[in-house]
Structure formats: structure tokens, C-alpha cells
Design a protein around this ligand. Structure first.
Ligand SMILES: C[S@@+](CC[C@H](N)C(=O)[O-])C[C@H]1O[C@@H](n2cnc3c(N)ncnc32)[C@H](O)[C@@H]1O
Length: 278
């Protein structure tokens, strides 16, 4: 891939990118006409698509809070972290909160390493997400999970301690083989007491619409691979899936007093590594 003199790949802003599409769907400003055009086709096909992105971001806050409070986890690896959600002047934090904001609200000494393979996301991660000595941003691809785990910023985590790994909205951009390798290598790498969070697009609930969305992404040169519950379960087969299981994202431990939304696009699950031998 050639790069221009900014260090970004040639024509980067003319091609839609998944992180910028999410940004556009949630009212952000870090997107370009190519992103907005594809986002608008996606919404025409699936009017619930922006809800799916919002549900995914809200889920991140719920799951990180659970990991911090109930599992006592103080360090996080956010794989495919995406662009930051919008800053709320009223709340004086991002809304929904960023991974570090959720984790540090429970443990002030929480650490987070943000990872993404999109150079524009990485630029934002270095500025907006990497805010103090407890955070770091890494430009890496989950499909090269060995190299990623060997990055100095990741190695700076204390691997003897439990880690919370977020694989939210990222495995459905990877082939079956890559996705299996990622979950298998993480299982070997993680200390006992760790957990992975997965959100994953699915064809189960709205198969025709999902197939059309896959087609729109494909026209833009992006491989989108929503999977069935059975396929997602296979990806997580050697893991112990915690209650409430693999469920539609909004229904994963909804906050008290909230009614889960209806978007039919994705599942969420929290899983801990099981060990195969002594
Ligand atoms: C749909 S966004 C999800 C963002 C965030 N995790 C969330 O749940 O809101 C997917 C992100 O994963 C990143 N991504 C996709 N494939 C990746 C890969 N192979 N390695 C690292 N990041 C990847 C994209 O650049 C994008 O920022």
C-alpha cells in the first residue's frame, strides 16, 4: 500500500472506513462524503442500523463496569477500539463513556491499551483515547495477534494479572480462520480470572437485510461477515460463556429500569478462558 506525505494510505478519505461509518451513524464529525454515502445506503436498507451501533457502545460501558466491579479487573485491551464517542459537556466525559472512562470510574488505577488497524482511528486514539500514563494506543491488526501481543505497550500490561479484552464489533471483519486464531491465542495468553467481551453482527434475526448490508459493504471493498449464533458459539467454543449467554446486545444485562432495544443486528457475550489441561 502506498502512502501520501501525511503517512496515510493514498486515497484514504475517498474510501469508506468502518470506524468512520459508525461515527457518522452516531452523529459524529469524523467522517467524509464516502463514509456518509455508504452510511446512508446502510440506513435505507436497515433503519435500525444506527441503533445497533449505539447499543454496541452502551454495552461497552455495561460490560467494562461489570468486569471492573464484579471481576475486579484493572487492565483492559480494547481491540478494534474505533473512533471515540461524542464528548458530553454536561457529563464532562464521552457519551457513551470510553473504555478508560468506564474502567477508571470503578478503579482509579485502571489501565487501557487501545488497538486499531485504521490509521485515522490510531491518530484519534493517540490523542483522545491515550490521555495519561495509564492508557496507550497501538496501531496493529488483530489478524496478526502474535505481533500485537508482542507490542511493547501490550507487554507493559501485567500478564500475570487478569485482563479484560474487548472484541466488540471487530471479529465480523475477519475471516473464520483469523477469528478462530484470535480467540485461541488470547485464550493461551490470558491469566486466570481474565475475560473477553465479544459483540458480533448476526444473520439470525434479519437474514435478508443482513445479506443486503453485506452486499453494500462489499461494493465498497469491505468484507463484512455477520455470523449465525451457531458460528459465534463455535468461535467461543473453548470458552465458558457467562450469564446471560450469547444474547442480542441490548439485552445483555440492561441497566435497571431500561427496556432493551429491538435492533436485530448483533449479539453480545462475555466469556472466560477454560483450561484444556493441568
Ligand atoms: C465497528 S467498529 C467497533 C468499534 C468499537 N470496538 C465499538 O464496539 O464501538 C470496528 C473497529 O475495528 C477496527 N478493525 C477492523 N478490523 C480490524 C483488524 N483486523 N485489526 C484491528 N482493528 C480492526 C476498525 O478499524 C474499527 O475501528
Amino acid at each position: 500500500m502506498s502512502v501520501d506525505n501525511s503517512g496515510l494510505p493514498d486515497g484514504w478519505s475517498q474510501r469508506p472506513a468502518v470506524a468512520r461509518i459508525d461515527d457518522c451513524l452516531t452523529g459524529g464529525f469524523n467522517n467524509f462524503p464516502a463514509d456518509r454515502q455508504l452510511a446512508s445506503r446502510l440506513v435505507q436498507e436497515a433503519p435500525w442500523f444506527p441503533d445497533m451501533v449505539r447499543d454496541n457502545r452502551r454495552y461497552r460501558n455495561r460490560v467494562v463496569t461489570v468486569l471492573a466491579r464484579e471481576f475486579g479487573i484493572r487492565q483492559y485491551l480494547d481491540l478494534g477500539c474505533g473512533l471515540p464517542s461524542l464528548w458530553s459537556k454536561k457529563l464532562q466525559r464521552h457519551d457513551p463513556p470510553l473504555t478508560y472512562e468506564s474502567a477508571a470510574s470503578v478503579h482509579a488505577d485502571a489501565r487501557v491499551v487501545y488497538v486499531d488497524n485504521d490509521p485515522v482511528v490510531y491518530a484519534h486514539a493517540r490523542t483522545t483515547l491515550d490521555v495519561n500514563s495509564s492508557t496507550a494506543a497501538v496501531f496493529a491488526d488483530i489478524r496478526q495477534i502474535g505481533e500485537l501481543l508482542d507490542d511493547p505497550a501490550v507487554r507493559a500490561l501485567d500478564i500475570r494479572q487478569p485482563t479484560g479484552v474487548l472484541l466488540n464489533g471487530v471479529l465480523h471483519w475477519a475471516s473464520d480462520e483469523s477469528a478462530h486464531i484470535v480467540t485461541a491465542e488470547l485464550r493461551e495468553w490470558l491469566a486466570d480470572g481474565s475475560a473477553i467481551s465479544v459483540t458480533h453482527a448476526t444473520t439470525d434475526m434479519a437474514p435478508e437485510t443482513m445479506r443486503a448490508l453485506v452486499g453494500h459493504y462489499a461494493e465498497a471493498g469491505i468484507d463484512y461477515r455477520p455470523r449465525t449464533l451457531e458460528q459465534i458459539s463455535e468461535l467461543l467454543a473453548p470458552w465458558e460463556i457467562l450469564a446471560p449467554g450469547i444474547v442480542p446486545t441490548a439485552q445483555w444485562r440492561p441497566e435497571d429500569g431500561t427496556t432493551p432495544g429491538e435492533n436485530p443486528g448483533a449479539y453480545a457475550a462475555l466469556a472466560t478462558p477454560t483450561r484444556s489441561g493441568p
